[in-house]
Write a new protein. Sequence first.
Length: 311
Amino acid sequence: MKKIGILFGQENTFPQAFVDAINRKNPPGIFAEFVTIDKVLQGEAAGYAVIIDRISQDVPFYRAYLKNAAASGTAVINNPFWWSADDKFFNNALAEKIGVRVPRTALLPSFQLPDNTSDKSFRNLIYPLSWNAIFDYVGFPAYLKPFDGGGWKNVFRLNDKQEFYNIHQETGQLVMMLQEEIDFTSYYRCYCIGGKHVHIMPYNPRHQHHERYHADFDTPQAVLDEITRDTLALNQHLGYDFNTVEFAVRGDVPYAIDFCNPAPDADIHSIGKKNFEWIVEISAEYAIERAIAQEPGKDNLTWGKFIHPDK
């Protein structure tokens, strides 16, 4: 009997619906449950063919547990090794290399020195940076945001360089990036499951959080087709099995704004019933597919074309 487990935190609606969907399908030799952990011993199998990870980004203990589970053959969704290594600035760099449009973005060192460092730790850094060159490249208005953040935490919209100087000094030891603002005419958030299933959702980040999925845009089909292609390309190269990609469309040109969301919102009360039903159904089908293919003791993780360009 193969078990599919879901590891989660404070969310309520998706985990139970996901487990119920799999068990309702009743695939031969497979069932789903909430992950339970009573001990973690090195090299010991976790007992799950597949684990859907919804929480390890916030709990380092869980991230280490999942890596240990993967060593014994658990197919962890998403790959905990890649998730640990990835960041939003790298995402943008990779997007440019594979032909996906992204806003102009610059990486910035933290305003304050990291703990246990001194000025001598940064002898390779020319200071002051070429601020005017950075500002000319990105332009204003712009967004200042953590290079590896999420959930709209520590994100600032800036109108000019003086606002930048004022806000940057408040960001402490956070490594930030300055990103061009795309003044969009339409905006979409796209689920991508298994690097092959895409669900496009109209989304408006200008609205209050609980109203962001209450959006409707008149966008040409050709633009939506490009959004689908770009979503697939990004996730196939990054190797994410469960992710969302956000696109800001300026005119008829889509720009990938944010595509490092490996534990995206899946709560019925925020995404709505129709979107919720899609994500539950498709993620359940995909988890079953991965459980059938899983081989105990083997590497059952997804690594993506950046790591394995021949795949």
